[in-house]
Design a protein around this ligand. Structure first.
Ligand code: HEC
Ligand code: CU
Length: 340
């Protein structure tokens, strides 16, 4: 049998298809499956521009193929017979100037008007404000209207516009929740804004999309959307957190935390006199789904994080606590994993 394709080409094609389909996993991170009005409007713009592009590609390809076939050299053609040379055709010049202008107008009108609509300041009675601060390599979230702070997991109510007010603590970061809408940069010394909305309760994955250092790829976060009543419950639980140690071991953990960790981290409602602000707030830590945005929140993972944070997120600003004994680390794990 005749072989049409060399084996290495087949392998290369399969590899490419494989890499391509790895993007198909169910990860709640698809711009093509928007979960709120902002993402939907932006997807429509995407379809419009892709539609126009496809139209242009098809027209150009058809003309090109037609010309190549129709005017190709045929056997018997005399070389001394060059094709007729034409220069300047008013009709053609007008056509290929006006068609692109028209296409650009069709693209520009909805794009500009949508940009302005999406950037409008939402009505304060039907929206909430959240300050977002980007740090190497974690996210701080503040609810200025409720005096609540949290990190790496931001809770929002469904069906309401959420105005994110973005600031960078150190270098440029970029805030992106693909299934809710487009991204926005966080730039040191500047404040930027992004309005998003989720229609359904659920967890939406977010990511930093501006190369910001060694652990940029691990600078992940989650948006947790609740029904408005459940959101109010969540806020209430954050305003008065239950931060008292539940047993002897946790009591020891609380003391160790005061000696080793409070300079950077804060836990509200635990009776600490100072609260660190250079690291993620850990109030109600047991209710988080992840540790540092990358590990599932469980005791084994928390222990690994405390022993070797640099092995998990290279270059991050938390030192290793390998001088503490296993027993001491376990006491802190017990304490943190019972904070509600
Ligand atoms: C020098 C400041 C510093 C000290 C001291 C420190 N940490 Fe951290 N910690 C950080 C920073 C910065 C991060 C964020 C790392 C990242 O994700 O980039 C962090 C992250 C964490 C996280 C994950 C937070 C989240 O939102 O998921 C936990 C849990 C944690 N630290 C616990 C501790 C404990 C327990 C101690 C004391 C034994 C401690 N840290 C001491 C700076 C510190
Ligand atoms: Cu970043």
């Amino acid at each position: 049998m005749k072989r049409y394709l060399p084996a290495k080409w087949v392998v290369a094609c399969l590899l490419m298809i494989f890499i391509w389909v790895t993007g198909c996993a169910k990860h709640n991170m698809s711009v093509l499956d928007p979960q709120g009005p902002v993402g939907k409007v932006q997807l429509n713009l995407l379809y419009l521009s892709t539609g126009i592009m496809t139209f242009v590609v098809i027209v150009v390809a058809v003309i090109y193929i037609y010309v190549v076939v129709r005017y190709r050299e045929r056997p018997g053609d005399e070389e001394k017979d060059p094709p007729e040379q034409v220069a300047g055709s008013k009709k053609l010049e007008i056509l290929w100037t006006s068609v692109p202008i028209l296409l650009l107008i069709v693209l520009a009108i909805p794009t500009i008007s949508t940009t302005f609509t999406l950037n409008k300041k939402p009505d304060p009675d039907h929206s909430i404000r959240i300050n977002v601060i980007g740090y190497q390599y974690w996210w701080g979230f503040e609810y200025p209207d409720y005096k609540v702070t949290t990190s790496n997991e931001v809770h929002i109510p469904t069906g309401k516009k959420v105005e994110f007010i973005l600031k960078a603590h150190d270098v440029i970061h970029s805030f992106w929740v693909p299934s809710l809408g487009g991204k926005e940069d966080l730039t040191p010394g500047r404040t930027t804004r992004l309005v998003l909305q989720a229609d359904k309760p659920g967890i939406y994955e977010g990511k930093c999309t501006e190369l910001c250092g060694a652990s940029h790829a691990l600078m992940r976060f989650r948006v947790v959307a609740h029904q408005p009543e459940d959101f109010e419950d969540w806020i209430a639980s954050q305003v008065t957190p239950d931060s008292t140690p539940k047993n002897k071991q946790a009591e020891q953990g609380r003391r160790l935390f005061a000696q080793n960790c409070i300079g950077c981290h804060a836990i509200r409602g635990a009776g600490y006199k100072v609260l660190g602000r250079t690291a993620p707030e850990l109030t109600a830590f047991s209710e988080r789904t992840r540790i540092a945005g990358v590990l599932d929140n469980n005791r084994a993972n928390l222990k690994s994080w405390l022993k070797n944070p640099q092995g998990i997120k290279p270059g991050n600003r938390m030192p290793a606590f390998d001088h503490l004994t296993d027993q001491q680390v376990e006491a802190m794990v017990e304490y943190l994993e019972t904070l509600k």
